[in-house]
Design a protein around this ligand. Structure first.
Ligand code: PGA
Ligand code: ZN
Length: 424
């Protein structure tokens, strides 16, 4: 049973406060976790508790930390730590709000994950084995190469241009292939005289380009330079993050780079043209979070590739069920801190798989050195994992953990082969 919780104000990779905590059981088993934090957050996400005021520009989490050690501990004290559902339900009930905002979704998730770690310790299992209950696979990585939007001072309107090493035989080979693409992309950008300031929030390049489409041309040139066959060895994924440039008042989408204003259908047409000209296998947040009509149009026109809902679904079982019922998208991005607890995120994964929707487990743009997400990707058999680039330690911490698991399990585990919309 859970006996104590110590929480602390930690820092994320943007240098902003976040919640860390340790759960200790009466028998002395310990679990520790630090939680991440997004920048291009959806409005339907669970709510972090921030202090406001002067400290850290208002981003302090001292109140969330106090809640973890106070009301939330009171709610879970004495519960068997291996009973994740019961722990998580107690956390949600203590908070009492739908979005976790009273005691803080950041405090709630920190305890939820730390409890899972403590449960793994009790059972003397690695976290991936403790959270798994069936088939385990290593996730196909989806890796950021070029960043725009909220993660790169809006150098481009589209947020992420990523690659998926679809031809890799192993996870280690997948990572190595992408590292080659990243290096080649740097060369291509230099040749084109593109400028960029250091690295973006998730470790990608944040170049000034003349159009969003140019990022795809850069990637294609990088594939050539790295001697990779587009479509066979390597493919492209895009996170449009359309909520970020959608105007709720007139319903249009505005790209500043190209000074272009589009209706939903025009944006879908543009994305369809990109998918015809480049080896695109996945498009995330093609439309804004509440543009359900636009999403239906997108699903009709782009249903042959993976259509991934991030701000659309916010890992919410309810929003995901609506999407499935209305034939919207065919895959869900899963971010545990969007919903609040591990049990709810796990439930979203189960609902998706039962409906034939693919799942991509995802980090946030504000991350930490903690790597529990990698274990969840394996144990929950999510099939895909999106962390950011192949550099910056808060990113590599997760890739490294999967590399370690692959080595540990050897032939007992295989790299997942996602269908990218072709199965649906
Ligand atoms: P965020 O972005 O963590 O800043 O919300 C990640 C994403 O949009 O996938
Ligand atoms: Zn996204």
């Amino acid at each position: 049973p859970i006996e104590t919780i110590t929480a602390f104000e930690a820092l994320d990779s943007r240098g902003r406060p976040t919640v860390g905590c340790t759960v200790v059981t009466r028998g002395g088993a310990r679990g520790r976790a630090i939680v991440p934090s997004g920048a291009s957050t959806g409005s339907h996400e669970a709510r972090e508790l921030r202090d406001g005021g002067e400290r850290y520009g208002g981003y302090g989490v001292r109140r969330a930390v106090a809640n973890a050690e106070g009301e939330l501990l009171d709610a879970v004290r004495g519960i068997d730590v291996t009973d994740q559902d019961v722990v998580d339900r107690a956390l949600r009930e203590a908070d009492g709000t739908a979005d976790g905002g009273r005691l803080g979704a950041n405090a709630i998730l920190a305890i939820s994950v730390a409890a899972a770690q403590a449960a793994a310790a009790v059972r003397r299992l690695p976290l991936y084995a403790a959270v798994g209950d069936g088939l385990m696979t290593l996730p196909m990585p989806m890796i950021n190469i070029i960043s725009g939007g909220a993660h790169a001072a809006r150098a481009l309107d589209v947020q992420d241009f990523l690659v998926v090493p679809v031809g890799a035989a192993t996870f280690a080979e997948a990572i190595e292939t992408v590292a080659r693409v990243r290096a080649a992309t740097g060369d291509v950008l230099r040749d084109r005289g593109a400028t960029w300031a250091l690295v973006a929030d998730e470790g990608g390049y944040g170049p000034q380009l003349s159009s969003n489409r140019e990022a795809l041309e850069v990637l294609s040139a990088a594939f050539d330079r790295a001697h990779l066959i587009p479509g066979d060895d390597i493919a492209i994924a895009i996170d449009v993050a359309a909520t970020q440039f959608h105007s709720a008042s007139d319903g249009t989408y505005h790209w500043q780079t190209e000074d272009r204003r589009m209706r939903s259908a025009e944006l879908v047409e543009e994305l369809a043209a990109w998918s015809a000209d480049f080896p695109v296998v996945s498009i995330e947040d093609a439309l804004a979070e509440d543009d359900w009509d636009g999403w239906r149009t997108a699903t009709e026109h782009l249903g042959g590739i993976q259509l991934l809902g991030d701000d659309l679904f916010v890992t919410s079982p309810d929003r995901l069920r609506r999407g499935i019922a209305e034939d919207v998208a065919n895959a869900v991005l899963v971010k545990p801190n969007q919903i609040g607890t591990l049990s709810e995120a796990r439930e979203a994964v189960g609902i998706a798989h039962a409906a034939g929707y693919a799942t991509v487990l995802s980090a946030r743009s504000g991350e930490t050195e903690d790597h529990w997400l990698a274990d969840l990707a394996v144990g929950w058999n999510t099939g895909q994992l999106k962390i950011g680039s192949t550099m910056r330690s808060e990113r590599t911490a997760k890739w490294n953990r999967v590399l370690e698991i692959e080595r540990e399990l050897g032939d007992d585990i295989a790299l997942a082969r996602p269908m990218f919309g072709r199965g649906s």
